[in-house]
Design a protein around this ligand. Structure first.
Ligand code: BG6
Length: 475
């Protein structure tokens, strides 16, 4: 009982949040490169290209590009079995529409993957994690445009071929379902390079964008399996269970509708067809989603091998609109859960919700699952040589790991691995802060970009090392 012997313990990051070196090796400008630093409650600005005298925290990040050997050795010391990162699309195709890839970018990931393998660490790779080429936004309207399918599939095929013997676990679009939160510009921009225009029906645009992404993802799955039949190619969702505020049936219906929007993306990726509730909505609202003959067959043939998801929190919805408000830093409209505590950034801490998520996803799709993000952002500062005592992080992880164990032992969940978010402090995607820290490893850098970039181990470093060596038994 408990975690399987070959369980993939590791950590997860995204290229744009830690690599820095935003122009090294002819890298192009990505959507992450045009987002300024914000703060809790103060959204990041999305600028039209890179402007002078603004703070773009992803440009330098924690300079993993030059320091990856040191960082990988620390991951090795913790005993990582896997490491989830993304391949920055703009290192491989700087503008996104080139026909030939950029060798310097390809070589960087060859070197990184070789370094990981030295320590027996399996790379787990996201193809598109909030970092698509900005040129595709300014010249093509990004995923509003069907041409994106061709660009994405070329990128996917290039890296599948290049790393076919070095990488076996892949996933297509990070948290593809974030964009169902239509009121926050950040979600559509980071997922799809889309900024909604005044007066347009955002939801119809979102469905169109999603259709192109589903075709692209399915083509990538097919291509990947042709290149190496051993590849495991998954989708990636942000999974936040939604609870009804009360046993009032109207609250339950509100919950059902909210979960439709969260499940929509997984339903298509995993089952290979559009769910009835979406088709009915298109009919009722007279949405015209442009499709070409053969698209639905492509989607049906390109279902995923596993489902990866991030889990940070749960939400509560009410049928009483007056109670609903902006929560978790403005990302979602919901009501507070009186049974749960919140992090300093207003994210509700709900370990039991992770067991629930694992169980309902298993019931819905009957696929292996991977938790590829989970964690808590904390304010921490280093005083002299004192080790950071991040007991709150340890407590958070211990409670979540315990619930994963229950999902395996009691609900029959097939869980492939667990990658806590940001094993090393990095730039927050949501706020652009450095000081929203997730790491087992502290990085000396502040929100203004000052600091030595020195890495030091926190208390949780040794704790996670022990968790891995005991295969999740010693929490
Ligand atoms: C997920 C993303 O939304 O959550 C990551 O996939 C992100 O890129 C993580 O960093 C944590 O969010 P934040 O806003 O605290 O960085």
């Amino acid at each position: 009982m408990g975690f399987p012997k070959d369980f993939l313990w590791g950590g997860a990051v995204a290229a744009h949040q830690l690599e820095g070196a935003w122009q090294a090796g002819d890298k192009g400008v990505s959507v992450a490169d045009v987002m300024t630093a914000g703060r809790h409650g103060q959204p990041r600005q999305i600028t039209d290209g890179v402007k002078e005298n603004l703070n773009y925290p992803n440009h330098d990040a924690i300079d993993f590009y030059h320091r990856y050997k040191e960082d990988v050795s620390l991951f090795g010391e913790m005993g990582f079995k896997c490491f989830r990162t993304s391949i920055a699309w703009t290192r491989i195709f700087p503008n996104g529409d080139e026909l030939e890839p950029n060798e310097a970018g390809l070589q960087f990931y060859d070197d990184l993957f070789d370094e990981l393998h030295k320590y027996g660490i399996e790379p787990v790779i996201t193809l598109s994690h909030f970092e698509l080429p900005y040129h595709l936004v300014s010249q093509y309207g990004a995923w509003r445009n069907r041409k994106m399918i061709e660009f994405f599939v070329r990128f996917a095929e290039t890296v599948f071929r290049r790393y076919k013997d070095k990488v076996h676990y892949w996933m297509t679009f990070n948290e593809i379902n974030n964009q169902s939160e239509l009121e926050v510009p950040f979600t559509a921009f980071t997922n799809s390079g889309v900024l909604y225009k005044d007066g347009e029906d955002k939801k119809e645009v979102m469905y169109q964008v999603a259709h192109y992404q589903f075709v692209a993802a399915a083509l990538a799955v097919k291509k990947g399996h042709e290149i190496n039949p051993e590849f495991k190619i998954g989708c990636m969702l942000s999974y936040q269970p939604v609870y009804p505020e009360s046993c009032n049936p109207e609250d339950q219906i509100k919950q059902l509708e909210k979960m439709h929007m969260r499940n929509f993306f997984g339903d298509v990726h995993c089952r290979g067809h559009y769910p009835a509730y979406a088709l009915k909505e298109w009919e009722n609202k007279e949405y015209k989603i442009a499709m070409e003959p053969g698209d639905l067959e492509i989607i049906a043939a390109g279902t995923v091998d596993y489902l990866a998801f991030s889990y940070y929190m749960s939400f509560v919805v009410s049928s009483d609109a007056a109670k609903m408000k902006s929560v978790s830093g403005g990302a979602t409209i919901a009501v507070d859960n009186p049974y749960l505590k919140q992090s300093e950034w207003g994210w509700q801490i709900d370990p039991v919700g992770l067991r629930y998520a694992l169980a309902v996803l298993t019931e819905r799709y009957e696929l292996p699952l991977m938790v590829v993000e989970n964690g808590i952002g904390l304010h921490e500062s280093k005083v002299g040589n004192m080790m950071i005592q991040d007991d709150a992080r340890i407590e958070y992880f211990a409670a979540h790991i315990e619930q994963m164990k229950q999902a395996i032992d009691l609900d029959g969940v097939k869980l492939l691995g667990y990658c806590p978010w940001g094993p090393i402090d990095l730039v927050s995607a949501g706020t652009g802060e450095m000081e929203k820290r997730y790491g087992f490893i502290y990085v000396d850098k502040d929100n203004e970009g000052h600091g030595s970039l020195d890495r030091t181990k926190k208390k949780s470093f040794y704790w996670y090392q022990k968790v891995i060596s005991s295969n999740g038994e010693d929490l």
